[in-house]
Ligand binder design. Structure first.
Ligand SMILES: [Zn+2]
Length: 177
Protein backbone atom coordinates (compact mmCIF):
# COMPACT_ATOMS: atom_id res chain seq x y z
CA UNK A 1 0.00 0.00 0.00
CA UNK A 2 1.21 3.45 -0.89
CA UNK A 3 0.15 6.29 1.37
CA UNK A 4 0.95 9.87 0.50
CA UNK A 5 1.21 12.17 3.53
CA UNK A 6 0.99 15.93 3.23
CA UNK A 7 1.68 17.91 6.39
CA UNK A 8 0.04 21.25 5.61
CA UNK A 9 1.77 24.47 4.56
CA UNK A 10 5.44 25.12 3.90
CA UNK A 11 8.41 23.47 5.58
CA UNK A 12 10.02 25.79 8.10
CA UNK A 13 7.04 28.08 7.58
CA UNK A 14 8.54 29.81 4.55
CA UNK A 15 6.57 31.38 2.96
CA UNK A 16 3.49 30.09 4.81
CA UNK A 17 3.39 28.57 8.28
CA UNK A 18 -0.37 28.10 8.41
CA UNK A 19 -2.13 29.15 11.60
CA UNK A 20 -0.36 30.14 14.80
CA UNK A 21 -1.35 30.20 18.45
CA UNK A 22 -0.97 33.93 19.21
CA UNK A 23 0.05 33.35 22.83
CA UNK A 24 2.53 30.50 22.52
CA UNK A 25 3.68 31.15 18.97
CA UNK A 26 3.31 27.45 18.13
CA UNK A 27 2.97 27.12 14.36
CA UNK A 28 0.77 24.76 12.36
CA UNK A 29 3.54 23.80 9.93
CA UNK A 30 5.68 22.47 12.81
CA UNK A 31 2.94 20.58 14.67
CA UNK A 32 1.60 18.85 11.56
CA UNK A 33 5.10 17.85 10.45
CA UNK A 34 5.73 16.18 13.80
CA UNK A 35 2.42 14.35 13.62
CA UNK A 36 3.05 13.28 10.01
CA UNK A 37 6.52 11.95 10.85
CA UNK A 38 4.97 9.72 13.50
CA UNK A 39 2.20 8.58 11.14
CA UNK A 40 4.90 7.71 8.61
CA UNK A 41 6.72 5.56 11.13
CA UNK A 42 3.56 3.74 12.24
CA UNK A 43 2.61 2.95 8.65
CA UNK A 44 6.12 1.84 7.67
CA UNK A 45 6.18 -0.43 10.72
CA UNK A 46 3.22 -2.34 9.26
CA UNK A 47 4.79 -2.52 5.80
CA UNK A 48 3.19 0.39 3.97
CA UNK A 49 5.13 2.59 1.59
CA UNK A 50 4.93 6.25 2.58
CA UNK A 51 5.84 9.39 0.71
CA UNK A 52 5.67 12.69 2.54
CA UNK A 53 5.71 16.16 0.99
CA UNK A 54 5.22 19.47 2.77
CA UNK A 55 5.04 22.31 0.30
CA UNK A 56 3.44 25.67 -0.31
CA UNK A 57 2.53 24.49 -3.83
CA UNK A 58 -0.73 22.56 -3.78
CA UNK A 59 -0.22 21.69 -7.43
CA UNK A 60 3.17 20.14 -6.66
CA UNK A 61 1.67 18.11 -3.83
CA UNK A 62 -1.10 16.72 -6.02
CA UNK A 63 1.27 15.99 -8.92
CA UNK A 64 3.69 14.15 -6.64
CA UNK A 65 0.93 12.03 -5.18
CA UNK A 66 -0.58 11.22 -8.57
CA UNK A 67 2.76 10.54 -10.28
CA UNK A 68 3.80 8.23 -7.46
CA UNK A 69 0.56 6.27 -7.81
CA UNK A 70 -0.60 6.74 -4.23
CA UNK A 71 -3.38 4.43 -3.02
CA UNK A 72 -4.42 7.01 -0.43
CA UNK A 73 -3.82 10.72 0.08
CA UNK A 74 -3.82 12.26 3.58
CA UNK A 75 -3.38 15.97 4.29
CA UNK A 76 -2.86 17.01 7.91
CA UNK A 77 -3.73 20.47 9.22
CA UNK A 78 -4.66 22.46 12.31
CA UNK A 79 -7.71 24.67 12.41
CA UNK A 80 -8.27 28.26 13.60
CA UNK A 81 -11.32 30.42 14.17
CA UNK A 82 -12.01 34.13 14.38
CA UNK A 83 -12.88 34.23 18.08
CA UNK A 84 -10.45 31.43 19.08
CA UNK A 85 -13.38 29.70 20.80
CA UNK A 86 -13.94 26.84 18.35
CA UNK A 87 -12.62 23.44 19.34
CA UNK A 88 -12.56 19.93 18.00
CA UNK A 89 -11.49 17.69 15.17
CA UNK A 90 -13.00 17.29 11.71
CA UNK A 91 -12.12 15.27 8.62
CA UNK A 92 -12.95 16.39 5.09
CA UNK A 93 -13.48 14.43 1.86
CA UNK A 94 -14.30 15.44 -1.70
CA UNK A 95 -17.99 16.05 -2.45
CA UNK A 96 -19.80 12.79 -2.98
CA UNK A 97 -16.71 10.57 -2.87
CA UNK A 98 -17.77 7.32 -1.26
CA UNK A 99 -14.21 6.12 -0.70
CA UNK A 100 -13.28 9.52 0.69
CA UNK A 101 -16.21 9.46 3.08
CA UNK A 102 -15.25 6.02 4.37
CA UNK A 103 -11.61 7.06 4.78
CA UNK A 104 -12.56 10.28 6.59
CA UNK A 105 -14.93 8.37 8.86
CA UNK A 106 -12.22 5.85 9.79
CA UNK A 107 -9.66 8.56 10.52
CA UNK A 108 -12.10 10.74 12.47
CA UNK A 109 -13.26 7.93 14.74
CA UNK A 110 -9.75 6.63 15.45
CA UNK A 111 -8.45 10.11 16.31
CA UNK A 112 -11.30 10.48 18.78
CA UNK A 113 -10.46 7.19 20.44
CA UNK A 114 -6.75 8.04 20.63
CA UNK A 115 -7.03 11.62 21.98
CA UNK A 116 -9.18 11.89 25.09
CA UNK A 117 -10.91 15.20 25.69
CA UNK A 118 -11.02 16.06 22.00
CA UNK A 119 -14.36 17.39 20.72
CA UNK A 120 -15.89 15.95 17.57
CA UNK A 121 -16.96 18.22 14.71
CA UNK A 122 -17.51 15.25 12.45
CA UNK A 123 -16.89 14.21 8.87
CA UNK A 124 -17.63 16.77 6.17
CA UNK A 125 -17.53 17.01 2.40
CA UNK A 126 -15.97 19.98 0.70
CA UNK A 127 -14.00 21.35 -2.19
CA UNK A 128 -10.42 21.67 -0.97
CA UNK A 129 -7.92 21.79 -3.84
CA UNK A 130 -5.98 18.73 -2.66
CA UNK A 131 -9.18 16.70 -2.39
CA UNK A 132 -10.26 17.68 -5.89
CA UNK A 133 -6.94 17.20 -7.64
CA UNK A 134 -5.68 13.92 -6.22
CA UNK A 135 -6.50 10.63 -7.96
CA UNK A 136 -6.47 8.50 -4.81
CA UNK A 137 -9.20 8.51 -2.16
CA UNK A 138 -8.30 11.55 -0.06
CA UNK A 139 -8.87 13.00 3.38
CA UNK A 140 -7.95 16.38 4.82
CA UNK A 141 -7.70 16.15 8.59
CA UNK A 142 -8.20 19.27 10.69
CA UNK A 143 -6.67 17.76 13.82
CA UNK A 144 -7.79 20.47 16.29
CA UNK A 145 -7.87 24.26 16.70
CA UNK A 146 -4.33 25.47 17.26
CA UNK A 147 -5.44 29.00 18.17
CA UNK A 148 -7.66 27.71 20.99
CA UNK A 149 -5.60 27.14 24.13
CA UNK A 150 -7.42 23.97 25.25
CA UNK A 151 -7.06 22.40 21.82
CA UNK A 152 -3.47 23.57 21.54
CA UNK A 153 -2.73 21.75 24.78
CA UNK A 154 -4.06 18.56 23.22
CA UNK A 155 -2.03 19.09 20.05
CA UNK A 156 1.18 19.68 21.98
CA UNK A 157 0.73 16.93 24.58
CA UNK A 158 -1.05 14.29 22.45
CA UNK A 159 0.94 14.58 19.24
CA UNK A 160 1.41 10.82 19.31
CA UNK A 161 -2.31 10.23 19.90
CA UNK A 162 -3.22 12.21 16.79
CA UNK A 163 -0.60 10.26 14.82
CA UNK A 164 -1.81 6.88 16.07
CA UNK A 165 -5.39 7.85 15.29
CA UNK A 166 -4.56 8.86 11.73
CA UNK A 167 -2.45 5.73 11.15
CA UNK A 168 -5.13 3.44 12.59
CA UNK A 169 -7.80 5.15 10.52
CA UNK A 170 -5.74 4.41 7.41
CA UNK A 171 -5.23 0.75 8.29
CA UNK A 172 -8.95 0.45 9.21
CA UNK A 173 -9.81 1.81 5.78
CA UNK A 174 -7.70 -0.77 3.98
CA UNK A 175 -9.17 -3.45 6.25
CA UNK A 176 -12.74 -2.77 5.17
CA UNK A 177 -12.20 -1.87 1.52
ZN1 LIG B 1 -3.70 24.38 7.44
Amino acid sequence: MRVFLNPGHASNGIPDCGCVNPESGVRECDIVLKIANRVKKYLEDVGYEVKMVQSDSLREICNESNDWGADLFVSIHCNASAARKARGTESWYWYGSNAGRILATCVNSEILSCVSGLWNRGVKDGGYYVLRNTDAPAVLVETAFLDNNEDEYLLVTCEDGFARGIARGITDYFGIR
